[in-house]
Write a protein that binds this ligand. Structure first.
Ligand code: GLU
Length: 444
């Protein structure tokens, strides 16, 4: 049996209940086959894959907190410290009712490779809690964050593990978490990224994931002799990633037709009005159905996803597995020729198979949405030197990083598969550096 399959079978036996993690690990391991085959003896001797698939450490803990009515709750909190071969653990915290250890391990494994692709010294980690911030007051969110950090602070630090935001964790949550860390440890250090500008945050961090997604999409189009200008774009999601992807795509002359939340999607034939979206999402933390009440020609489609809207480019920016095989077929049938992922693992396996079979331009999440964590690493640099860089400086570094990611992914696709298979390209390009560091550091 091949080394990759042996390791996968071992994982299945050890973690039979972790469906999401097993799915992600299988996809990643399968795509690493070309590089594993080429180095099989070396990797086997060093138990490289057996180590790569197991987190260095997982902490899980209870998070007790009291709501505004005086009722007590207990949530589950986690931090998966997956791989520190190339730098301190780095990755977001997700607060969402679906959070469990399996999902965080899947996201953590993706993060190892994504962070490696940025070319910056950051290892892979992920964490969060099964807490739902929706409908909770600021005071409740603050108490939850304080309780969460009262346990988590023991395991993190600016040179150890640097969490950030993810779904359900934005500027407000990062700020409360930071305040509590500082209070407990008496340290003013860059232990979290995505902080506010008045306490060590980086300019362009909120924009980074969405902008980075557009920069890499442009690079992919440029290599194919095309440009973003004049293209129709379907975006899902309406959080931070979607908002700034829409902004940058519009700046580049694309027509963005949609955005969505978990209740439904908005179709606006005139192009999404960003001011209105910002007002609903950033000012009021509202639902996107309100958009249709204010934009007369737009339509709200309750309970649906936007994949049946005819477009040239699809940018899924909501959550994992939001495009299945059927959705992918609809996109392809309607003439979509580019998919770039702002969310983490938004396309399921059948969808990816459909893109690859149709030979469209498909950039997987770990490359396409790496701009967010890349600017997080730049925030760490700024915190270490106790300086802050201008928006232009951060943005121009982000652009360079995304262009480099494209080139490395494309080169690896050519070397290990065929040019244009960015699934294999991204996994192998990310894995190469981590594997080299793990081998050099011995059996740890
Ligand atoms: N949650 C983001 C991601 O999936 C950002 C992580 C970070 O900035 O550390 O990459």
């Amino acid at each position: 049996m091949s080394y990759v399959n042996e390791v996968y079978e071992m994982l299945q036996k050890k973690h039979p209940y972790e469906a999401e993690f097993l799915e992600a690990a299988k996809r990643i391991l399968d795509s690493l086959t070309p590089i594993v085959d080429a180095n099989e003896d070396l990797y086997r001797r060093n138990a490289l894959l057996e180590r790569f698939v197991e987190p260095e450490r997982i902490v899980s803990f209870r998070v007790p907190w009291t709501d505004d009515q005086g009722k007590n709750h207990v949530n589950l909190g986690y931090r998966v410290q997956f791989n520190s071969a190339i730098g301190p653990y780095k990755g977001g915290l997700r607060f969402h009712p679906t959070v469990n250890q399996s999902i965080l391990k899947f996201l953590g494994m993706e993060q190892i490779l994504k962070n490696s692709l940025t070319g910056l010294p950051i290892g892979g980690g992920k964490g969060g809690a099964d807490f739902d911030p929706h409908g909770r007051s600021d005071a409740e969110v603050m108490r939850f964050c304080q309780s969460f950090m009262t346990e988590l602070y023991k395991y993190i630090g600016k040179d150890v593990d640097v969490p950030a935001g993810d779904i359900g964790v934005g500027g407000r949550e990062v700020a409360y978490l930071y305040g509590q860390y500082k209070r407990i440890t008496n340290l003013y250090e860059g232990v979290l990224t995505g902080k506010g500008l008045s306490f060590g945050g980086s300019l362009a961090r909120p924009e980074a994931t969405g902008y980075g997604l557009i920069y890499i999409t442009e690079e992919m189009l440029r290599a194919a002799g095309e440009e973003l200008k004049g293209k129709s774009v379907v975006v899902s999601g309406s959080g931070n990633v979607a908002q700034y992807a829409i902004q940058k795509a519009q700046e580049r002359g694309a027509l963005v037709l949609s955005c969505s939340d978990s209740d439904g999607f908005i179709y606006d034939p005139d192009g999404i009005k960003l001011d209105l979206l910002f007002e609903i999402k950033q000012k009021r933390r509202g639902r996107i159905r309100e958009y249709a009440e204010k934009a007369p020609r737009s339509e709200y489609h309750a309970g649906e996803k936007p994949w049946s809207v005819k477009c040239d480019i699809a940018l899924p920016c909501a959550t994992q597995n939001e495009i299945n095989g059927e959705d992918a077929k609809k996109l392809l049938k309607n003439g979509c020729t580019v998919v770039a992922e702002g969310a983490n693992m938004p396309s399921d396996e059948e969808a990816i198979d459909a893109y690859l079979a149709a030979k469209i331009l498909y950039m997987p999440a770990k490359a396409a949405n790496a701009g967010g964590v890349a600017v997080s690493a730049l925030e760490m640099s700024q915190n270490s030197e106790r300086l802050s860089w201008s928006f232009e400086e951060v943005d121009s570094r982000l652009k360079d990083i995304m262009v480099n990611i494209y080139r490395n992914v494309s080169a690896a696709s050519e070397k290990y598969a065929h040019k244009g298979n960015f699934v294999i390209g991204a996994n192998v390009a990310g894995f190469e550096k981590v594997a080299a560091a793990m081998l050099a550091q011995g059996l740890v």
